[in-house]
Design a protein around this ligand. Structure first.
Ligand SMILES: [Zn+2]
Length: 534
């Protein structure tokens, strides 16, 4: 709408107004915040209403701003304050485009100098107390802790300064989309939204960042408008696997991409999905196209090959870990701190996933032989799952007792306490340095089968080749013979070989020679693979 006020100004009066605005705005354009030179730019300037007349802005100097004419014409919102906020976002986008990525909440936090601190807190049954020393706020804030009735997770609500907020790009890899501008406008107009993002914290050390994993658009809009603190619902020690699964489901359902079901499961990692979507868009392919390879993806995102590779492997790992048919999962501590589960997730990564997931990118199309059930990544995923289930069945299910747990078992043994043999065996065989060695032998059992048949050594691709029944039979026999070895239940070994943490090499020597590196006899004889699969 044109300004009656401005149209009535004489040229010299207009010059006075421009000079006044110029100095009020410290010499900068109201929208792009870059310098305005009153001489050089004199023919390329606009004076406009900050709040449009349509929005009941006043036609009065208090509501005027000086801009570059081009900035005013290309603004993304009629309200100039909103336009300025969106311009800042556009600049951030352009900056990150050089790195071949789009802004996420983490980038906005960083831009607003947030995300640097961890909260110091104390947690009791139903109260959390914290202070924010880094901000000079030493008062003790106490808040009630609730339990979510459906998920069982504990949580509290708090207004958290952005300095303590971090973005969790693992659980939520999505970037800020174009609909952010509408949200910014709604927030700007003081219209209530669901302001509250979801976050999690780790209670272990009494110091934790607040990791936002959902509601990042609304969080971003508030930060863009200058909010220095956000109301947040903070889950305490939630199960990460659940959060990632929730997010993956949300991602696939909301994006409504027509992926084949089994391929979709393989694409369990949302980061990987995100890159695939971008790849499809940037190469102009249809959105259900899966005829490109992992290598094509890596080549497309230049300078990010390491990350893309990781996302690909993450997708396989995630596909195995979060599969609802994974029976070993009950025995894996996904949070990394429990005393009930014999295996830690980190052990699973360093053994199962590092041995059996092919670590290089594939040149075959993502959907290669998917319909025939021979897609290498899907076969890999399924067979690792199969192996985990076999191990769960033989070693853990109805044998490892979560009530008894893993806490100080060896020292309790030394004090004369006794444990069921099945439980003790499962516990000892789960120690990372021990799994590391026997699981490699499982891989060798499978490889040996192919080599004996005169087939080429599958090496790292082992689990991408469908195993005949005989291989599974051999693995079962190997595991049964391994479990039958007396050392797992020999209580005399609790203050020697099982007493402390040994390294991988220690157990390699034990398995290869029957003796510890120090010469103590542990096995009746060295392990013999051929005999163990008989
Ligand atoms: Zn400008």
């Amino acid at each position: 709408m044109t300004s009656l006020y401005l149209s009535r100004l004489k040229p010299d009066e207009r010059q006075v107004l421009i000079a006044k605005l110029h100095s009020l705005q410290h010499g900068n354009c109201f929208i792009c915040e870059q310098a305005i030179d009153l001489e050089i730019h004199k023919d390329f300037l606009d004076v406009d209403h900050v709040v449009p007349l349509n929005d009941r802005g006043k036609d009065d100097p208090v509501n005027f701003a000086l801009t570059h004419a081009s900035c005013n014409r290309s603004k993304q919102a009629s309200n100039l304050e909103v336009a300025r906020v969106l311009h800042r976002f556009k600049q951030l986008k352009e900056k990150l485009a050089n790195e071949n990525r789009s802004p996420n909440l983490g980038d906005l936090l960083q831009n607003a100098s947030g995300g640097n601190y961890k909260l110091d807190f104390k947690l009791s049954e139903n109260i959390i107390t914290y202070s924010m020393g880094e901000l000079g706020d030493n008062s003790l804030h106490s808040l009630p802790v609730y339990q979510d009735e459906l998920s069982g997770f504990r949580f509290f609500f708090a207004n958290i300064p952005i300095q303590y907020l971090a973005h969790d790009d693992h659980i939520n890899p999505r970037t800020i989309g174009p609909n952010i501008s509408k949200l910014v406008e709604e927030f700007y107009k003081k219209r209530p939204q669901l302001h509250v993002p979801l976050a999690w914290m780790n209670s272990e050390s009494g110091k934790s960042a607040i990791h936002v994993f959902d509601g990042q658009h609304k969080a971003a809009a508030q930060i863009m408008l200058g909010a220095r603190a956000l109301p947040v619902r903070v889950f305490i020690d939630p199960d990460h696997d659940t959060l990632i699964t929730t997010n993956t489901n949300a991602g696939t359902t909301l994006k409504q991409v027509a992926f084949d079901k089994s391929v979709q499961r393989h694409l369990g990692s949302s980061l990987y999905q995100d890159r695939i979507q971008r790849f499809l868009k940037e190469t102009g392919r249809p959105e259900d196209d899966l005829s490109f390879s992992e290598r094509d993806l890596v080549n497309h995102f230049k300078g990010q090959s390491k990350e893309i590779k990781r996302y690909i492997l993450d997708a396989v790992r995630n596909g195995v870990t979060s599969d609802s048919g994974n029976r070993l999962r009950d025995y894996i501590d996904l949070g990394g701190r429990g005393k009930e589960s014999p295996l830690s997730y980190s052990t699973i990564e360093k053994t199962f996933y590092s041995f059996f997931i092919y670590q290089e990118v594939l040149d075959t199309p993502i959907n290669f032989r998917a319909e025939e059930g021979e897609n290498p990544r899907i076969v890999e995923c399924k067979q690792i799952l199969h192996l985990m289930n076999l191990i769960a069945e033989l070693i853990y299910i109805d044998k490892f007792d979560p009530e008894v747990g893993t806490d100080k078992i060896e020292s309790k043994l030394q004090k004369g306490e006794t444990f069921a043999h099945d439980h003790l065996r499962a516990y000892r065989m789960s120690k990372e340095e021990i799994v590391y060695n026997w699981l490699q032998l499982v891989g060798q059992v499978a490889r040996t089968y192919f080599i004996t048949l005169g087939r080429p050594d599958p090496m790292g691709r082992l689990f991408q080749i469908p195993f005949p029944d005989q291989v599974w039979e051999n693995i079962r026999k190997f595991l049964e013979n391994l479990m039958a070895m007396p050392l797992w239940v020999n209580t005399d070994l609790s203050d020697t070989v099982f007493g402390g943490k040994q390294n991988n090499g220690f157990w390699k020597t034990v398995f290869e020679t029957g003796r510890t590196p120090q010469g103590m006899t542990v096995l009746a004889q060295p392990l013999n693979l051929i005999e163990m699969i008989r």
